[in-house]
Design a protein around this ligand. Structure first.
Ligand code: DC
Length: 237
């Protein structure tokens, strides 16, 4: 394969396996993996700790929000033991905390805020400016990197997604009921697609992959094939 570095944007619904795919592709290509959902989750954790999230409401006004956002510094570091990217909030490792159901239940609300999006989109653009990156999220191909060389849009049956997430959580000894997971996925899909700021929508030039009945391996091979064609296009032109 050529040395040409590109940007790979993976968008799609909640719990579609975007991060698993993105991580595997990044590892294979020697690219940096950027989990943008983790950034929205870290901001949500900060808001929760500051007592801003109460009764389904975000207690803040625009001015206060800017001051609060200025206090947040998010970074990603690679864990040297397992090679996985981990999220830090103001220097604190928060990878486990940001995956809780409490954060999952608030994160879509927090990500509706235009000021939050402006801050995180600019951070993501900064992180990916040298290319050689795989980003997963909801607005990567439409907003963060609209000129990404490869754009994928992942989808899968909601029950299939809920069962996969249940297994993941059980493997981590987190006890959560299937119907609670399904409700959370359905609600996040609704909020992410209906919000005013950068809603989740397939970019016109994104390739749709429904992975309901694909194994991880089948999906990985199909995606790698798409990427290799793009990377090698110039060489064969
Ligand atoms: O990928 P995830 O499930 O960890 O993302 C958590 C939430 O963050 C998701 O429900 C919506 C929001 N999000 C977003 O609005 N834009 C992104 N690029 C990534 C995530």
């Amino acid at each position: 394969m050529s040395d040409k570095k590109i940007i790979i944007a993976i968008d799609g619904y909640s719990a579609c396996g975007k991060s698993t795919l993105a991580r595997a592709i990044a590892k294979h290509l020697g690219y940096i993996y950027i989990d943008t959902g983790a950034m929205y989750r870290a901001v949500t954790l900060f808001f929760l700790r500051k007592g801003l999230l109460i009764d389904q409401q975000i207690i803040s006004n625009a001015e206060k929000l800017n001051l609060i956002l200025d206090q947040i510094e998010i970074s990603m570091k690679i864990n040297q033991l397992d090679g996985k990217t981990e999220t830090y909030l103001n220097g604190e490792l928060v990878e486990k905390e940001i995956r809780s159901m409490e954060i999952s239940s608030w994160v879509s609300k927090v990500s509706e805020l235009q000021q939050v999006r402006t801050k995180l989109v600019s951070l993501q653009q900064q992180m990916g400016k040298n290319k050689g990156v795989v980003l997963d999220g909801r607005d990567i191909g439409t907003k963060v990197f609209p000129a990404a060389e490869v754009k994928l849009f992942l989808t899968a049956d909601q029950m299939v997604r809920a069962r996969r997430r249940e297994k993941e959580l059980l493997d981590e000894s987190v006890d959560v009921k299937l119907d609670e997971i399904l409700r959370n996925i359905t609600e996040r899909d609704r909020m992410d697609t209906e919000r005013k700021e950068s809603p989740l929508v397939r970019a016109a030039d994104a390739i749709v992959i429904d992975n309901s009945s694909l194994t991880k391996r089948e999906q990985f091979d199909a995606v790698l094939d798409i990427i290799e064609k793009v990377i090698n296009k110039d060489l064969n032109a």
